[in-house]
Design a protein around this ligand. Structure first.
Ligand SMILES: [Zn+2]
Length: 49
């Protein structure tokens, strides 16, 4: 299980709706809307980790 950095939901990475790579790390998203928000401002969401 991984945490969607945008909505903080725990998701199965195999069922993720989308993924993004940022600074060499892969992030998984529950929905494409979360991926879009992350891609617009990845710094904001990775700081919360
Ligand atoms: Zn999400």
């Amino acid at each position: 299980m991984v945490t969607d950095p945008v909505c903080r939901m725990q998701i199965d990475e195999k069922k993720a709706a989308g993924t993004s790579e940022y600074k060499g790390k892969t992030y998984y998203f529950c929905a494409l809307s979360c991926k879009t928000r992350f891609d617009q401002d990845p710094e904001k969401f990775t700081k919360q980790q």
